[in-house]
Design a protein around this ligand. Structure first.
Ligand SMILES: [Zn+2]
Length: 324
């Protein structure tokens, strides 16, 4: 275990009594291959369906209490946990959200009613509201939710989890989860709940990391998405498709090219030096430009576009996605 990981685990001070061993969340299989261990956590891949997951782990309520506090959004060790300065980076995040909104609008019709699950400070919803959408958010972290309430209005932002959320069935045209599904202990239950909240034919768009990407393969256990306390699942195109099809969705697109993020050079250098020192050395001449903004895409994330599939007539003829 790296020194930094030891520091983070010590700082988290997770009571190991709170950690629970778990089987595969997709197929329930107990057979699995150990990928590696770090601290109290291990990464396994299911022998049956090939889902990669963390075990043991915290429950959903313990995750919110132990992990997603104020220090998650302004973390001294974002490689292992949370964000360096989520609110301080708001201009970069907004720029990424505008790019995401462009992609969303390529797969949807006229602005309708959108729910962003895990909306954090509400930046994506702010962009969607600017584009005419009736924007609503769900955010369990009380440390960041007031930011979203300030941006969108308290009546549009809800605390708690998908389970027990106050929304009417079939009341949304679009539901989004940006880097959220891998944090939810029961992703199938979350997707089933999302299915009930989407109107028939509604669109689900989610972004999550691809454990079978070239970047993940090259970096191995140094892969920056192995944040073991918070990233409970590491999907790949096959397992995310299986999860969606098991819960009533059909997958229409899986984009890697659009799944980049805007970061500044300081961030890129800090991350690259940790995982691949040579890359940090290659980027360092850009210092002459100050701290420029870069669009970084390591092709290790997926933006998946899925449609609510049940309720369709048996003679349904699929239309091109995005057709109105
Ligand atoms: Zn499995």
């Amino acid at each position: 275990m790296s020194h930094t990981s030891q520091q983070v685990l010590a700082e988290l001070a997770i009571d190991t009594d709170l950690l629970t061993e778990t089987n595969c969340a997709l197929c329930g299989c107990r057979e699995r291959r150990l990928e590696f261990r770090e601290g109290p956590f291990a990464i396994y891949t299911c022998s049956d369906c090939h889902l990669t997951y963390t075990s043991p782990r915290l429950s959903q309520s313990d995750l919110v209490r132990e992990i997603y506090g104020e220090s998650y959004w302004r973390s001294p060790a974002a490689r292992e946990r949370g964000y360096t300065d989520y609110l301080g980076d708001h201009q970069l995040i907004l720029r990424t959200c505008r790019r995401r909104a462009d992609l969303v609008e390529n797969h949807t019709c006229a602005p309708g009613r959108v729910l962003d699950v895990g909306c954090a400070a509400g930046f994506f919803l702010q962009v969607m509201a600017e584009r005419g959408w009736d924007a609503h958010g769900l955010e369990p972290s009380a440390a960041i939710r007031p930011q979203a309430e300030e941006r969108l209005g308290t009546e549009r932002i809800h605390g708690g989890f998908l389970k027990g959320s106050p929304f009417e069935p079939a009341s949304f045209d679009l539901i989004t989860l940006w880097d959220v599904l891998e944090h939810i202990p029961d992703p199938l239950a979350a997707l089933r709940r999302i299915h009930t909240l989407l109107a028939p034919g509604g669109v689900l768009i989610l972004e999550t990391q691809n454990v079978r990407s070239l970047t993940a393969s090259v970096l191995g256990r140094r892969w920056h998405h192995y944040k073991l306390a918070e990233h409970l699942f590491h999907f790949h195109p096959g397992t995310i498709r299986q999860a969606l099809e098991q819960t009533g969705f059909s997958v229409h697109h899986n984009h890697a090219r659009q799944a980049g993020k805007y970061v500044d050079l300081d961030f890129a250098l800090e991350r690259s030096k940790r995982v691949m020192p040579a890359l940090g050395w290659l980027l360092s001449p850009l210092r002459a430009l100050g701290n420029p903004v870069l669009y970084v895409n390591l092709f290790d994330e997926m933006i998946v576009v899925a449609r609510h599939q049940e309720e369709l007539p048996v003679d349904f003829i699929p239309q091109p996605v995005g057709a109105c």
